[in-house]
Ligand binder design. Structure first.
Ligand code: GLU
Length: 444
């Protein structure tokens, strides 16, 4: 198993360190995870057979607080990916200025192939396997790719059974009646939307002039598309794992969301490629979201001549191979790690503005932090309070990163890492570095 994704991810630190005051020992600490757990999860399947699934949980760094990060159920999960995702969580929490470190978990599984009961048994089995590794003051999981509020609810319940008391603060992204936070569901998309709004103000863009393409139509992709469409932006292309659609006049996003999320399965059986002419009573479109649209591939979507490109699917979508063909002048990374470092260099040298993942998708973990605070205090907030506190954090940190980018003449990703690294370095230095320990003793 190669460690490519993790080592590539960590290399970003070296560049950032040139622009931030950080001790080399702090960099050394951040270049390997604090703890890595690999587990096997035996699950009794509906047909009576036994399947054993592989799972991981990685805690990258806890200097700034308990580690925090989602759990992903996906066939491509591997240790290097989970380590990279945990590292990004450390940086993301530091960029957002919330008192958490970074972690991530994953199970190698195609969750769409499981029944509901199998999915519940797997979710509970995973928690049984990692129960000694997580906890409200050590490591707090959350949803990620192909995990949702219901799965978080099962996991919270399983942990509470193990600890023999109710512990909602062990996991975030739970259903509201089980201690979830209002406003958590759309928080990742909304945080990205807050960043785009700030960019609009700085650049003087008129939303109705913006043509947008969104790759990935899961939770984050749907909400950012919806919020932008509500502002009058034209969402000309959307896609999911099965392909995408392009409609020059703009896609009716509420219709596309309704279609995508219809069906009885835990996971959407519908693809945006099959959006019907809807004709539903509460539909805003006259002709249906698909009329006048063409089917395109995910690769074609990325290369469209749009004003704003939003990769909201998986990592490594824009590589050195397709980067020269990317035409959007602005990319907002709602997925984690959608652009490889090589591709990043190509795009940055061409002047593409990339709002990096550790800033653009920090809204999810920020509202997870709010959820954890609410669980621990027992004081529950209104949707308006959650949204305004999220907006305050996203706007403040967006401007801190943007200003650093302009002041230091660097790309926005380097600026975001430099911002994160200064906060991390400051926290690590409080515990003492070689400068402190090798200096002459205070009392001789
Ligand atoms: N999985 C999300 C992320 O990558 C949210 C993590 C969290 O809420 O802890 O940021």
């Amino acid at each position: 198993m190669t460690d490519d994704l993790f080592s590539e991810a960590v290399r970003r630190l070296d560049r950032a360190a040139e622009y931030a005051r950080i001790d080399s020992e702090a960099l050394l600490r951040l270049s390997s995870p604090r703890a890595v757990l690999e587990v096997s999860i035996p699950v009794r399947m509906d047909d009576g057979s036994l399947q054993v699934f592989r799972g991981y949980r990685v805690r990258h760094d806890d200097t700034r607080g308990p580690t925090k990060g989602g759990i992903r159920f996906h066939p491509d999960v591997n240790l290097s990916e989970v380590k990279a995702l945990a590292f990004w969580m450390t940086c993301k929490c530091a960029v957002a200025g919330i008192p958490f470190g970074g972690a991530k978990g994953g199970v190698v599984v195609d969750p769409k192939s499981l029944s509901r009961l199998e999915l519940e048994r797997l979710s509970r089995g995973y928690v049984q396997a990692i129960a000694d590794f997580i906890g409200p003051e050590t490591d707090v999981p959350a949803p990620d790719v192909y995990t949702n509020a219901m799965i978080m609810g099962w996991m919270m319940d399983e942990y509470s059974v193990i600890r023999r008391r109710r512990m909602p603060d062990v996991i975030t992204g739970k259903p509201i009646p089980l201690g979830g936070s209002l406003g958590r569901d759309d928080a990742t998309g909304r945080g990205a939307y807050n960043c785009i709004r700030e960019l609009q103000r700085i650049r003087g863009w008129n939303p109705t002039d913006l043509r947008v393409a969104v790759q990935g139509f899961g939770n984050a992709g749907q909400h950012v598309a919806r919020l932008l469409a509500e502002d009058g932006c034209r969402i000309v292309a959307i896609s999911d794992s099965r392909g995408g659609i392009l409609r020059e006049n703009g896609i009716d996003i509420p219709c596309a969301i309704r279609h995508k999320n219809s069906g009885q399965s835990v996971y959407s059986e519908q693809s945006v490629c099959g959006c019907p002419v809807c004709g539903e009573a509460d539909c805003h479109c006259d002709e249906g979201p698909l009329s006048g649209s063409t089917l395109i591939s995910n690769e074609e979507l990325l290369e469209l001549d749009v004003d704003l490109l939003i990769p909201a699917a998986m990592e490594n979508q824009i590589t050195s191979e397709n980067a020269p063909r990317i035409r959007a002048p602005v990319i907002v990374e709602v997925a984690n790690g959608p652009i490889t470092p090589d591709a990043d260099d190509i795009l940055s040298s061409r002047g593409t503005l990339i709002v990096p993942d550790i800033l653009a998708n920090a809204g999810g973990v920020t509202v997870s932090y709010f959820e954890w605070v609410q669980n621990r205090t027992g004081d529950y907030w209104s949707t308006d309070t959650v949204r305004s506190r999220l907006q305050e954090i996203m706007s403040r940190e967006f401007h801190a990163v943007y200003d650093r980018m302009t002041e230091q003449s660097i790309d926005m990703r380097t600026a975001a890492y430099a911002h994160a690294v200064s906060r991390l370095g400051e926290a690590i230095a409080c515990q003492g570095t070689s400068h402190y320990f090798s200096a002459s003793p205070v009392h001789s």
